[in-house]
Design a protein around this ligand. Structure first.
Ligand code: C2E
Ligand code: CA
Ligand code: CA
Length: 407
């Protein structure tokens, strides 16, 4: 990973940061001495103290977005290491999961303490009960997340995770063309835990990286088994979800290719599902990574398309093969003219750009018919099949009757 740390020099008398101004970095003082002062609302300036080598200043900027809480001036010539908020969060994302969780708990508490002291300073009274309540809830959330993250780690180690596969259907022929692999976690005590709950926690704790590696290997192996059992003529494909944390790994592409090779699967049968957000957040990294995947034959699908960003220029910039229309648009297509128009435009856009379009969350025949009539290539949703275990997929496909969608 490229570090964005930068050495900065400030000569004696120079202003390092000004109270009330926006800041996006902290500094670790390596040499020199600074003076920290605070101006009260009535304009009085009070020197809080001095800081020397080995201390950190402006650290709240890497915890939250609030303006600088104090003014810092160099008293002597100073050399400092600048740590930007982006660099810090990238480091945190790639750190050991335990360090990450501990850092997050400490940062949240630190912010709470400062918030409380600010409320005290402003109102010269005890914080209102709602403020205490909120900070307590935030802490409890963090504690709960740590608990789930630890249990998820154990689940990963103990083989408690599984994959369900949801068929993707060619709307004109009614055949199954592929699957989306979706992670499932059956907790020994709590039972089913929704991916909507555990995936964000796995992402925050960094455990998603291991989970994704496992999911890709498992999905490839399942694809081979399914094809063998069904003796399919046309190759099926498998679409696997990835997060921005996976992309931040320098060996992401190598891992991906070696896993696919080991499973003896043709890379053209693997699709990588990512969201628009990831592309916008890490454009350069993503471009390189996606191009390498694409060169190897792996297809790139944009998940939840239409919910992220308004700029479409990235569709030209990245080597994309598939657009997955978000289910929220499909759900209200009949009720809202605007959604229908949007779905129509996405299908048109896909056609113009030679991309395959998948409509997600198709729940009834009318939706399927409308989508087919609008020229949508493929669809996925409860109307055709819910996500299911591998054995059920084999059973379902062995008696599959091309889905009849009325003309
Ligand atoms: P997603 O990638 O958008 O996956 C589609 C979700 O829609 C799945 O929810 C699927 O079960 C659900 N779905 C499919 N058809 C229908 C339908 O007709 N109606 C309705 N209401 N829902 C339908 P699921 O399995 O709960 O997963 C939720 C999200 O969790 C996924 O959304 C994805 O963002 C994440 N996720 C799941 N598995 C993985 C994984 O292996 N890795 C990563 N990074 N994320 C995953
Ligand atoms: Ca997906
Ligand atoms: Ca989706």
């Amino acid at each position: 990973m490229k570090s964005k740390d930068e050495k900065k020099s400030f000569s004696a008398g120079a202003l390092v940061m000004k109270q009330g101004e926006k800041g996006d970095c902290a500094y670790i003082i390596e040499e020199g001495l600074v003076e920290v002062s605070v101006q009260s609302p009535d304009g009085k300036v009070q020197v809080v103290g001095t800081r020397g080598p080995g201390t950190i200043i402006g650290e709240m900027a890497i915890v939250d977005n609030a303006p600088r809480a104090a003014t810092v001036k160099a008293l002597k010539d100073c050399k400092m290491l600048e740590i930007t908020r982006d660099d810090f969060s990238q480091r945190l994302h790639t750190a050991d999961p335990v360090i990450q969780m501990i850092a997050q708990v400490i940062l949240t508490r630190y912010r709470d303490i400062l918030t409380r002291s600010e409320i005290l300073r402003d109102s010269s009274s005890w914080p209102p009960p709602e403020a205490l309540e909120r900070s307590y809830a935030a802490q409890t959330d963090v504690v709960e997340s740590v608990k789930i993250a630890n249990q998820f780690r154990a689940a990963l180690e103990n083989g408690e995770l599984s994959l369900y596969y949801q068929p993707i259907i060619d709307l004109s022929k009614g055949h199954v063309v592929g699957f989306e692999a979706l992670m499932r976690w059956i907790h020994p005590e709590q039972g089913f835990i929704s991916p909507g709950v555990f995936i964000p926690i796995a992402e925050k704790s960094g455990l998603i990286v291991e989970a994704s590696k496992w999911a890709l290997a498992e999905a490839c192996a399942a694809l081979r088994r399914i094809e063998k059992k069904l003796k399919v003529k046309e190759p099926l494909y498998m679409s696997v979800n990835f997060s921005s944390h996976d992309f931040a790994q320098h060996d992401f592409v190598d891992n991906m290719l070696s896993t696919i090779r080991k499973a003896d699967v043709d890379p053209h049968q693997i699709k990588l599902e990512i969201t628009e957000r990831l592309l916008i957040q890490q454009p350069d990294n993503a471009k390189e990574t996606l191009q390498a995947c694409r060169d190897a034959g792996i297809g790139i699908a944009i998940d939840d398309f239409g919910t992220g960003y308004s700029s479409l220029s990235y569709l030209y910039y990245f080597p994309i093969e598939i657009l997955k229309i978000d289910q929220s648009f499909i759900r209200v297509m009949y009720k809202e003219e605007r959604s229908l128009e949007l779905v129509k435009s996405i299908i048109g856009l896909g056609k113009n750009m030679n991309l395959t379009v998948i409509a997600e969350g198709v729940e009834d025949r009318e939706e399927a018919r409308l989508l087919r009539d609008m020229g949508c290539d493929t669809a996925q949703g409860y109307y055709f099949a819910k996500p299911m275990p591998e054995d059920d997929v084999v059973g379902l496909l062995s008696r599959w009757d091309p889905v009849k969608i009325p003309a």
